[in-house]
Ligand binder design. Sequence first.
Ligand SMILES: [Zn+2]
Ligand SMILES: [Zn+2]
Length: 363
Amino acid sequence: MARDFYEILGVGRQASEAELKKAFRALAMQYHPDRNPGDKQAEERFREASEAYAVLSDPDKRAHYDRFGSAPSPTGGPGFDSGFGSLFEDIFENFLGGSGRGRRSRAARGEDLQYEIKITLEEAATGLETKIQIPRMESCETCSGTGSEPGTRKVTCESCGGRGEVRMSHGFLTVARPCPRCQGEGQINKSPCKTCHGEGRQRAERLLSVKIPPGIDDGMQMRLTGEGSGGLNGGPSGDLYVLVHIREHAMFARNGADLYCDLPVSFPQLALGTEIEVPVLAGTAKLKVPGGSQPGQILKLRGRGMPRLRERGHGDTCYRLLLEVPSKLNAGQREALEAFEEASKERGPLAASFLERMKKLLG
Ligand SMILES: [Zn+2]
Ligand SMILES: [Zn+2]
């Protein structure tokens, strides 16, 4: 059963719009996730209060709620209607984020970038040094990321007096919006830098060296510190993350440092034992299959797997014996197998145990 919206906000049913707003602000300030990081209970209280306020602050929805005890079902998708969503963010930006004074002209760190690279299993085993071409935004060297011609300064915006925001009324709510004249900067750039056209950054393509360590696994990322987008107004650059994907291999599946390979064998090979040429990472090797090996059994070449990432040693390469029974027999095969069956007086331990249990079951 959902809690009563008035109860959540701690106000009476006759509460005025101003009282609702006041109550909601107090709760929102107390339980806002930014102020209670990781606190699930606070997050839940914040969500509840937001939901309650979204309904009660809208006269139509409030009337519906008073009458039916529930919010009208949303028509435009789940959650708050979009009109409220943006209004809501504005409120928070306004009273939690402080004033917008000169916000955008402060130093800002550049964005992190991600680059995906596909390599082979062999390359993952040996490690790889390669070059990648990264398109990114770099701080403009001419203006040091300020966007103004060297020697000039931005002037205070007259529309907002440098505050970067203007206040607008949405019904009963007063909301701060970024100043449209200066785009919230509070300042106007009268002589934009000619190199970057006032952006403070420029597009660039960089060729970077990446060193992929031996033993890297699919989905791992490497961070190249400071190789992301350039900062603004002297802010530091972001980082570049290189995400490694490893192509599927024709022979091997991988689990950590171990490699797995299915190895088809015949019944005589299993029964008599044999030596088979098998694939390993850099070529082939001889695998000894002992006489009497069973289908499904796994034979290992120890230390012939992938190198362990940032550790000593290698994993194993594991071969799973896959018994292949001929689906058709030629005359020679048939004769030989019939002779084999004829000669097989003794049953194996599995068959012997089966027969014994059958005997018991039947009394
Ligand atoms: Zn510039
Ligand atoms: Zn302005």
